[in-house]
Design a protein around this ligand. Structure first.
Ligand code: NAD
Ligand code: 6OD
Length: 491
């Protein structure tokens, strides 16, 4: 790891409307060249306590008295604030993650603004059920539910889509009237902190949005999840981390929402629109250097088109421009960290040991520049692995897939479902009946037909098995981030 500019800035915690320094610091590293771009102030137990206390106090203040309409308007102000500072958010996200500037500009930052607008609209229009109930004496009662905030919500997020995934949880939490303490990934602290400035400018009262920085176990993440005054925890990250958090929160029986890992399958039928399918699968495998929980790592292709499909996907992979995230034409940036690159490269080695044929990639690129200090790997395609091999079973989270042939629809469905995960799947066919039939057999939370990562924020989002607990998105988010109080009135 190399040191960057001598004036390395410090990214601070944000508690009760103020930027606060902790006792210890850790380095924020640019994955594109290994330079230290900032020091990050770590929140210890007492700062996490302060943040939770501030969040609780804010519930009793102006924030707790706002009308839904005023809350929705504030959310729209936040969206506008993100857009007004779009260049800063893009620059911060690119420096922290190494993702291409084109991707951050097209996906991460616009989605952050869209998240706030979507939940502003939704909270303004969402209704709740009401029932007229016959009483035993032949009279009537009216049942209706009202929505109340949960209280203080702890939000813990990963490094792959830092701002997108943070705002995906902060927006509905605030829409429902909660206050939040967020703990962004230690790898990507910048945009959550920048968002604090936007919150302040938008007029969000102090203590409603708090940021604590640090790691997971025995650090800010664990201090937050085990805090007795946090009412609910929403987490996106690895399945193993979800399991650890579940143990921690069990003692205080907090509601949890978990969006976890995946080992997603794509099924390509011989009747697909070939070019569309190749382009779609290339995107599903390589977007964000394969670091999207929804990425496809297992591709099943009907035997009649298998060879041609593998050749075409190889051609796409080899045409991807791997390089500096700052170049507008770059398709693939580095992986997030040297540790994550070691993990992905260990799977590249394992694939060979497990008998894979390397169609393309399998190593690291060489640039002959400062980028050689970055955490790059080659886009990689394997064939020939057993379905039981670890590379087919375990989430790698890099720009890599295994392509296998199938002969029947039933075989493809069985193979796609043969996993402990269950986040997303995609089906590629021009036969709409088959598209519906196969999609409905997928044991996952989200199935795309002839597309991938096409999002409508009103739809349920989440996974089954090791991929998570619960659903967020649209009304599902509102239901997670609120307590419903049913009121029964005898009339
Ligand atoms: P991670 O689980 O290592 O870390 C996520 C966050 O949890 C970080 O902020 C980390 O500091 C914190 N954390 C770690 N241990 C903790 C603990 N014991 N207590 C409290 N907090 C703790 O995940 P990552 O490596 O940052 O992200 C990649 C993973 O996230 C992949 O598995 C990916 O599939 C998954 N992911 C899932 C979704 C989804 O929507 N399902 C979205 C994005 C990423
Ligand atoms: O699009 C979303 O709402 C979402 N939660 C995407 C998750 C991507 C995983 O990396």
């Amino acid at each position: 790891m190399r040191r960057g500019s001598p004036e390395v800035k410090c990214i601070l915690n944000y508690i009760d409307g103020r930027f606060v320094r902790g006792k210890r610091e850790f380095a924020d590293v640019n994955p594109a060249d290994g330079t230290v771009i900032a020091q990050v102030s770590e929140a210890d137990q007492s700062l996490v306590d302060d943040a939770v206390r501030a969040a609780r106090k804010a519930l009793r203040g102006d924030w707790g008295r706002l009308s839904v309409r005023d809350r929705a308007n504030l959310l729209r102000q936040i969206a506008a604030g993100i857009e007004a500072r779009s260049d800063c958010f893009v620059a911060a996200e690119v420096a922290d993650t190494g993702k291409p500037v084109a991707l951050a500009s097209r996906l991460d930052v616009p989605r952050a603004a869209a998240n706030f607008r979507a939940f502003a609209d939704l909270i303004s229009t969402a209704g709740l059920e009401a029932f007229q109930t016959e009483t035993p004496d032949g009279k009537n009662a009216l049942n209706y539910a009202v929505r109340k905030p949960l209280g203080v919500v702890g939000i813990i997020t990963p490094w792959n889509l830092p701002l997108l995934l943070l705002t995906w949880k902060v927006a509905p939490a605030l829409a429902c009237g909660n206050t939040v303490v967020v703990k962004p990934s230690e790898e990507t602290p910048a945009t959550a902190t920048l968002l604090a400035e936007v919150m302040h400018e938008a007029g969000i009262p102090d203590g409603v949005y708090n940021v604590v920085h640090g790691f997971g176990a025995d650090s800010a993440g664990e201090f937050l999840t085990q805090h007795p005054d946090v009412n609910a925890v929403t987490f996106t990250g690895e399945s193993q981390t979800g399991a650890a958090i579940m143990k921690t929160v069990a003692a205080s029986v907090k509601p949890v929402s978990f969006e976890l890992g995946g080992k997603n399958a794509a099924i390509v039928f011989a009747d697909c629109d070939f070019e569309d399918a190749v382009n779609g699968i290339a995107e599903a495998v390589f977007l964000n250097t394969g670091q999207v929980c929804l990425c496809a790592e297992r591709i099943y292709v009907e035997r009649a088109i298998f060879d041609g499909f593998v050749d075409a996907l190889k051609c796409k992979a080899e045409g991807l421009r791997v390089g500096s995230p700052l170049e507008k034409t770059t398709d693939l940036g580095p992986l997030i960290s040297v540790q994550h690159r070691d993990k992905v490269l260990s799977y590249y080695r394992l694939a060979r040991e497990e008998g894979a044929t390397v169609v393309t990639g399998g190593g690291t690129p060489e640039f002959g520049s400062a980028l050689d200090q970055g955490f790059y790997v080659q886009p990689t395609i394997y064939t020939g692995l057993q379905e039981s091999s670890r590379c087919v079973k375990e989430e790698i989270f890099g720009p890599v897939c295994h392509v296998a042939p199938f002969d029947t629809e039933e075989e493809a469905v069985n193979k796609a479902n043969d996993t402990k995960y269950g986040l997303a799947a995609s089906i590629w066919t021009t036969n709409l009946k088959r598209g519906h039939r196969v999609a409905q057999q997928m044991n996952v939370g989200i199935t795309w037909v002839n597309c991938w990562f096409l999002r409508d924020l009103r739809t349920p989002f989440g996974g089954v098995g090791l991929s998570g607990i619960g659903r967020e998105g649209g009304i599902h988010s509102l239901n997670f981030y609120s307590e419903l109080n049913n009121i029964c009135i005898r009339v």
